[in-house]
Ligand binder design. Structure first.
Ligand SMILES: [Zn+2]
Length: 222
């Protein structure tokens, strides 16, 4: 068995060499090695949706770029716009929970906080047939005992460009691109045209720098 693995591994390496050689021939050595070195993961996340005006615009742009993202949805909005939730799911993005009506979960009793999560998860499950595993608590405010009580995994963020405070897409893009590093989670909102524009510009610029966009599970379970 061991020997077989060895042969297979040998074959893999051989194939990889053949592939690398072909790439070197096709492009040039430097470009190939740059790409290999700079394959670093990064994740875009969008809170407060689904948004009737802007989520579909964002989905279209992400699809054109072949990039997945993570959406932390509000239960109340999920119930209003099930078609958009379905579309997010169909396009291969990851859906998480952001509470039912954007409340500070720390200020609630455990019972009320759990209800915020459960109601949202049930609404999402009704539409996509899956329960979310991840939660982005509003304001990043969460009680650790709720991990256990709700079975949710808390996802915070590394970069917050405060996209909701400005309508200048260029400013938001710069704030993110200047700070970005491997395995970062970027917090945004698909709630305005400038945020959508910025998100797509961020994708274009960071892809140029060799980043690969992934959903948050691929960073958290690394
Ligand atoms: Zn929020």
């Amino acid at each position: 068995m061991k020997k077989r693995t060895g042969i297979l591994l040998g074959l893999d390496i051989l194939l990889l060499c053949v592939f690398a050689e072909a790439m070197v021939e096709k492009y040039n050595t430097k470009a190939v090695f740059n790409t290999m070195q700079e394959s670093k993961k990064i994740a875009l996340t969008f809170d407060d949706g689904p948004n009737a005006e802007y989520t579909e615009m964002l989905l279209k742009g992400l699809e054109e770029r072949g990039v997945p993202a993570t959406f932390f949805l509000l239960g109340k909005e999920v119930e209003k716009y099930p078609d958009i939730v379905e579309l997010i799911h169909q396009k291969g993005h990851l859906i998480g929970t952001h509470s039912y009506e954007h409340v500070n979960l720390k200020n609630l009793s455990d019972e009320a906080a759990i209800e915020q999560v459960d109601k949202t998860n049930a609404a999402i499950h009704n539409i996509i047939g899956e329960y979310p595993e991840f939660i982005r608590p509003p304001f990043g405010s969460w009680k650790s005992n709720l991990d256990y009580e709700t079975n949710m995994i808390e996802v915070l963020w590394d970069i917050d460009p405060l996209d909701w405070k400005t309508n200048n897409a260029g400013v938001v893009t710069k704030r993110v691109v200047d700070k970005a590093k491997e395995d970062d989670i970027i917090l945004m909102h698909d709630a305005s045209e400038s945020s959508v524009e910025a998100a797509l510009e961020i994708v274009d610029e960071l892809k140029e720098e060799g980043y690969i966009f992934v959903t948050v599970d691929e960073i958290i379970f690394e």
